[in-house]
Design a protein around this ligand. Structure first.
Ligand code: NAD
Length: 415
């Protein structure tokens, strides 16, 4: 397994070198400003106390309060959270919103917790770190395995501890508790606008493009929906349990996959649940094999380090859209770039989520409520402006879109 923080630093060095970034500025970007750690005691349903290791990393607040999600996952590590907080600093600058970068995480498999235990853990996280967060200090949000319900518990705990009602302390809340319309689909919407901008520039037509999507959670499933409605052909999808491919290349209906995922807990277009089912319209593949299937666009919407030195040679996509954070290791990216594969990098492609988080924070601070239409319109404007900026920097420096995004961000952060 690659170290995600070394990956992030390799990306930083490449962009810093191209623009001759001052050593002192580079040093500031290489180290998070603060690393917080705690062992959270949680009362389990059997009456015993279990401790869970938790992190909050505050990378940089040069452009505004730290901003970044909280991840609940059994593989969370400090290096991962450091990398994710760094990418948040870059991402918020790429889309020009007034935030810095932070990230949090807990080492836990939340699927093994009851609802009460999950609530106890979420409230415990805030008790551990509440002195270091706040609407103008550090604004957490959901990430992998954390939901609007979890954000609601966290805000409630923060309000109890501080004695004030401050919904702007956390974004990604439920609508009833100050969340924004359009937040649920924001990451996928943002990625969709970036992809549409690219294919428009490449003069390609959705109906001629075959798409494979790895990961079918919030980001992947909503992306499938947008792509399906825009006429793209979704010929493969996967989740952590299975993957399916349409050998005829006609394309799946995203609604059917979503319905079955909801009722059976795995992506499928049938309900037979067999790895080798006899349905003629689709085939099952081992989960990771989906990445290697021929397609025009590969959407990575699961976890980091999915394309590495071990499998890059087998990638056949022409365009890769990173909805997940850090799904391609730098060594593999170099090779993909040489093969002529266009990568729409995470720091741009998945920045729709944090952009709408900013809209939510803004509405909370100003006691306002935007319509879904306003959220989508503002998001589209932001994503198109940022995409155009990155594409023209890439042209100017004759480099890939990730390096261009880093250049754009570094210039904004260090000016
Ligand atoms: P999620 O928990 O809703 O979904 C993750 C999905 O990935 C699940 O369907 C899971 O089954 C699947 N998965 C896990 N391992 C897999 C594997 N090896 N192969 C195929 N599928 C696998 O999470 P999400 O919110 O959709 O986030 C996905 C990625 O997008 C993460 O990297 C996250 O950091 C990033 N992201 C999400 C948002 C957001 O607003 N949701 C914003 C920015 C970035």
């Amino acid at each position: 397994m690659q170290n995600p923080y070394s990956n992030a630093m390799a990306q930083l060095s490449k962009a810093a070198k191209l623009i001759g970034l001052k050593k002192s500025d580079l040093g500031k970007m290489q180290k998070p400003q603060r690393i917080l750690q705690a062992n959270i005691p949680v009362k389990m349903d059997n009456g015993k106390i279990k401790k869970f290791k938790a992190f909050r990393v505050q990378h940089n607040n040069r452009r505004g309060p730290y901003k970044g999600g909280i991840r609940f996952h059994q593989n969370v590590s400090l290096n991962e959270i450091k990398a994710l907080s760094f990418w948040m600093t870059i991402k918020t600058a790429v889309v020009g919103i007034p935030f810095g970068g932070g990230k949090g995480g807990v080492i836990v498999n939340p699927k093994k917790l009851s609802k009460t235990e999950l609530e106890n853990l979420s409230r415990g996280y805030i008790r551990a770190f509440y002195k270091y967060i706040g609407p103008r200090v550090d604004v957490p949000a959901p990430d992998v395995n954390t939901t609007s319900q979890i954000m609601d518990w966290m805000v409630d705990e923060y309000n109890k501890l501080t004695g004030k009602i401050q919904p702007a302390v956390i974004t990604g809340k439920s609508l009833a508790n100050g969340g924004s319309l359009g937040r649920n689909t924001a990451t996928a919407d943002g990625g969709f606008y970036v992809l549409s901008e690219l294919i428009k520039k490449m003069r390609l037509k959705p109906k001629n493009l075959r798409v494979i999507i790895q990961g079918f959670g919030n980001a992947g499933a909503n992306m499938a929906d947008s792509l399906f409605h825009a006429g793209f052909k979704i010929i493969g999808v996967s989740d952590s349990i299975t993957s399916i491919i349409d050998p005829a290349g006609k394309g799946f209906d995203s609604h059917i996959i979503e319905k079955i995922k909801k009722s059976h807990g795995r992506v499928d277009v049938c309900t037979c649940k067999k790895i080798k089912c006899s349905c003629v319209d689709h085939q099952h593949l081992p989960v990771q094999k989906i990445l290697e299937q021929p397609c025009d666009i590969l959407v990575l919407a699961a976890l980091e380090n999915q394309i590495t030195k071990a499998n890059y040679k087998k990638i056949k996509a022409k365009i890769i859209l990173e909805l997940a954070n850090g799904p391609i290791a730098p060594a593999a990216e170099k090779e993909l770039f040489k093969k002529g594969i266009t990568i729409l990098p995470d720091v741009l492609a998945n920045a729709g989520g944090v952009t709408v988080s900013f809209f939510e924070w803004y509405q909370n601070i100003h006691h306002g409520k935007w319509s879904k239409n306003k959220v989508k319109t503002e998001l589209k404007k932001t994503m198109i402006k940022s995409s155009d900026e990155i594409m023209s920097i890439a042209k100017k420096y004759n480099t890939d879109f990730r390096t261009a995004a880093f250049i754009s961000a570094l210039k904004k952060i260090t000016r």
